[in-house]
Design a protein around this ligand. Structure first.
Ligand SMILES: Cc1ncc(COP(=O)(O)O)c(C=O)c1O
Length: 415
């Protein structure tokens, strides 16, 4: 279909009516029928983020230093609050980006260029050794920067296997990665062991806390076990953590941090040789929405430690209720020991992909994992709204699949 710019502008009402009409066919994410993409703490938090976003709707964070001191101050304070949360040592630095993929890209760039400088080899490409469960953003960054990626099989608990990762390291390895937690199984990798390995071999360790960074500290504060994953682990050089996921801030907002400001300098892009003088950005993007910076600052100020702990309590109570509900369905089990509110579950008795197909027929968008075959959900409070309906439909879907054991699933796992 080829759409042309309308010859005459349309009335505002008709434009908005059409958008709403287009959205009418979208998945019912507000009632938890989408297993990822959208995040919710509660209505009040959503409103604070949205209102703060629109307060700075027009401002551009690219101009934070020269024109918008307010945004500069807010970004600096977001970074400082987060560094405090992640136990950043004296001198640690960071900045906001527009998402997890960009934060990862920047950390990989800093690591590659720091390696080039210290090796005295300006064209050294190198390789990264990452767990099989690491996010595809590492491959995306590696593709753009010509770095080889070695994805290493996980241990039996679905966590990174430091011994297997050590065996894959060679003289060209520039980066090790651990996730806190990984997206596919919701478990935090053994970051302390990876940190020991990184220090022993003198290799940069990045912790990808994109999905869990802004919830795991509070889950620990309310008494659930959360292994060390941040700068308390001496080998950790950089961390990515997304505000627009479990920080409950509006999109697009993420953060990237470095233990050592000298290493952080390698993520900055500078060019002076063009008509307009020095152009310097720490991120891949130029223009960045001022609204996202303001909204992150406002959300963090509004919630504080107590607010985030309350949210963590709600999330973990909901997660535990899901685990109980899933395990009460004969033949289903939750895989692994998830640390936050990402769950996967499967079965030795029924084809879980067939179960997914039946659920899909009832309007649930299924999240799927291939290894081991599982249904997958990254849960925020939208999923509390849909919990009872989901568990009823899941039980019924398992019943349907048991009745037709020969039916073959055609559904494919996709992100
Ligand atoms: C562990 C992890 N890292 C990185 C990302 C990428 O984040 P984004 O989609 O904001 O680029 C995700 C997204 O879900 C993730 O779960």
């Amino acid at each position: 279909m080829r759409t042309k710019l309308p010859a005459q502008g349309r009335a505002r009402g008709s434009v908005f009516d059409q958008m709403r009409e287009m959205a009418a066919g979208d998945a019912d994410w507000r009632n938890g029928r989408v297993p990822l993409y959208v995040f919710k703490a509660n209505e009040e938090v959503t409103a604070v983020g949205r209102d703060a976003f629109f307060e700075f709707f027009a401002e551009n964070a690219l101009g934070a230093k020269r024109a918008f001191g307010s945004l500069k101050r807010m970004e600096d304070e977001v970074v400082a609050m987060a560094l405090d949360l992640f136990h950043g040592p004296e001198g640690a630095v960071g900045n906001m980006t527009t998402g997890g993929s960009e934060s990862i890209f920047m950390a990989v760039r800093a690591c590659r260029d720091w390696n080039r400088a210290r090796r005295g080899k300006p064209r050294h490409q190198g390789n990264m050794v990452i767990p099989y469960s690491a996010h595809p953003a590492f491959n995306k960054a590696a593709l753009a920067m010509d770095i080889d990626v070695r994805r290493i099989p996980l241990g039996p608990d679905f966590r990174a296997d430091p011994t297997a990762m050590a065996a894959a390291v060679d003289d060209d390895t520039i980066l090790l990665v651990g996730s806190a937690p990984c997206f596919p199984h919701g478990v935090i990798d053994p970051i302390s062991e990876l940190g020991d390995l990184a220090q022993r071999l003198g290799i940069w360790l990045h912790v990808d806390a994109c999905v869990g960074g802004y919830v795991a500290p509070f889950v620990r504060m309310i008494g659930y076990p959360v292994p060390d994953f941040d700068f308390t682990v001496p080998g950790v050089r950089s961390i990515s953590a997304d505000l627009h996921k479990f920080g409950f801030c509006p999109k697009p907002a993420s953060t990237v941090f470095y233990r050592d400001p000298e290493q952080a300098k390698f993520q900055v892009f500078n060019i002076d040789d063009w008509p307009n003088g020095l152009f310097s950005t720490p991120t891949l993007t130029g223009t960045r929405p001022g609204g996202a910076v303001a909204a992150a600052w406002a959300t963090m100020q509004f919630l504080g430690v107590s607010g985030y702990c309350n949210i963590a309590r709600g999330l973990m109570t909901m997660r535990d209720a899901y685990v109980a509900g899933i395990e009460a369905i004969p033949g289903l089990h939750v895989w692994g020991k998830p640390h936050v509110s990402i769950l996967t579950w499967g079965s030795e008795e029924v084809d879980i992909f067939r179960v997914a197909e039946v659920l899909s027929g009832k309007g649930w968008i299924p999240g799927l994992v291939r290894k081991p075959p599982a249904l997958h959900m990254m849960m925020s409070m939208y999923h509390e709204t849909g919990r009872k309906d989901y568990l009823d439909d899941l039980r019924a879907a398992v019943g349907v699949v048991r009745q037709e054991p020969k039916a073959k699933a055609t559904i494919k796992a996709t992100y």
